[in-house]
Design a binder for this molecule. Sequence first.
Ligand SMILES: O=C[C@H](O)[C@H](O)[C@H](O)COP(=O)(O)O
Length: 158
Amino acid sequence: MVLNMTFPGKRVAVGSDDLYPVVNAVVRYLKEKGFEIIPVGAIKTGKPEPWPIVGYEVGELVASGKADWGIVICYTGTGVSIAANKVRGVRAALCNDAETARGARLWNNANVLALSGRLVTEYVAKEILEAWISTTKIDESEARNIEMLEKLDREGKI
Ligand SMILES: O=C[C@H](O)[C@H](O)[C@H](O)COP(=O)(O)O
């Protein structure tokens, strides 16, 4: 069970445009689980940063392999997810509940988790992260759809 597992050596890029209460909860939870945090945006500088830069920087870290996966946070979660998805190879999914997070990994092979700093409480963040971390394999029946998405990303068309 994920609650008993740790993930030493795994790197997660975590970026936010501001220091929402959920930011601390996310960073604390991931550290408890042994993840190495690569801080981006307000988490790094301690002050508000533009959400397009935060989404892009986390996306770059994931797409380049410097991070195993990423988390992006802004007030709604939308701006950072849109920006991260502009980076080739990034599949960012806005998940403000655990079932959406499970589906994003299972059916979309998402590699960046976007959260709303307004909506997501500490408890909900833990549920979301547990669902995300424990869903390690895609649903094979979705493999063709995921391949189509990757082609769209590479070539700009299906
Ligand atoms: O999608 C954008 C995010 O929700 C931002 O966090 C929100 O627009 C606030 O950004 P700013 O602090 O730049 O006004």
